[in-house]
Write a protein that binds this ligand. Sequence first.
Ligand code: PLP
Length: 385
Amino acid sequence: MNKENLGLNTICTHIGEVPDEQFKGAVSPMYLSSSYEFLDVDVKRYPRYFNTPNQEHLSKKIAALEHAEDAMIFGSGMAAISTMFLAFLQHGDHLVVQNTLYGGTVNFIKEEFPKYGIEYTFTDGYSANDFEKALKSNTKLIHIETPSNPLMTITDIAAIAKLAKSKSILTSIDNTFASPVNQNPIDLGIDMVMHSATKYMGGHSDICAGAVASSSEHIEKIWNVGKNLGGSLSDMTVWLLERSMKTMGLRVKAQTANAMEMAQWLEAHSKISKVYYPGIESHPEYQLAKSQMKGFGAMLSFELTDDLDSYQFQKHLKLIKSSMSLAGVESTVISPHLTSHALLTPEERENVGISDQLIRFSVGIEEVKDLKTDIDQAIDCISKL
Ligand code: PLP
C-alpha cells in the first residue's frame, strides 16, 4: 500500500504505530526502557536523544500529518518552540515575530533572548507589509501564529513564506490553534511548524507535550540543540499521545463543525455584541482564512453586551468549564483580561482590542444544543442579578 496517499484519519490511526513483533497486539507496545544496547546497533537509543521506539514512531505520525519529512516530540509546546528558536538563532541574529502571539512565547523571547544576545522585533500588525517593515539585515527567522489568540486574526501564510524566501530568511509557525486537521503550513511554503501538543493532539486535557515538523535537514539542527536542552517527552506520555492522536481527525472535525454552528448562533444572539471566528463572513480575513485553512478551527471569542458581567457569566455556566488551556473534547471558556492579558493595563488591552467583556471559547464535542442551552441559562441568571 502506498503510504504517501493515505487520508487524514488513516494517518491518525495507523502511521507511526510501533509494530508488536512479539505478541502481534493491535496497538503499539510501550517501551519504557531508558537504557538500550549500544554494541553492534545502528541507533544508540536514549530518551533525551528523542529516539526511543515510541518517540521515533510517533514522530512519523506528526511528520505525515504536517506533510513534512521529519518531526520531533517534546515535553511541552514551550520546549518545542524554545529548542526550535535556539537551533536557528544565535548571538547577533534577529527574529521578526508577530505581535499577537501566545503569551508564553512572548515571555520566552523577552526574558531569554537578551541573555543570548539575540535581537527581536514584534511587528506592528499582521499583514505581510508589517513583517517586511520589521526586517533587518541580520534577520534569520520570521515566526507567525495564525489564527492568533484570542482575537483569531489571520496572517497570510503564503505571503509571509514568499517574503522570507525572497530574502533567504527561514520561517516558522505556531499551528496549535488550527491543528494539522485544519491547516498545513508547509504546503504554503513555511519551513517549520510547531505545536503545543497539549492542545488538539492530546485533546483530552491530560497531556503536556510539544512537536516540531520540518525537513530532515532542519530537524537534524533542532535535534542537535534538543539533546543539549533535554526537553524530551517521557515514553508513557508518548504512548498516551499516540492513542489520543488516533482520534484527532474525528475530534477536531466535530469540534470545528460545532464551532461554526456556535459562532453563527452567537452572532445572532441579542446579548452578544461581537464574535471573532474566521469562519463567519463578518471576520475581516474570512476570504484569506477560507483560502489557506481546510476548516476554520474550533477556537472562537465573543463579547458579552455591556450590561452583563463576564466574571458572573462564567461562574453561572453549568456545562462549559471556565478553565485555563484549550482544545479538549470538553468545551471551556476563559477571560483573557483575567488570565493571558492580565498584566496589561486596561488602556493597553483596549489598544489590542481585548475588552473585559471578551470570552475565549474552546468548543468541544458536546451536542451544540446543550452548549446553547448552557450559555442561555447563564445569561438569564446573570441578567436577574
Ligand atoms: N502555543 C500556543 C498557541 C499555546 O496556546 C500554548 C499553550 O497554551 C503554547 C504554545 C505552549 O504550549 P505548552 O503549554 O504545551 O508548553
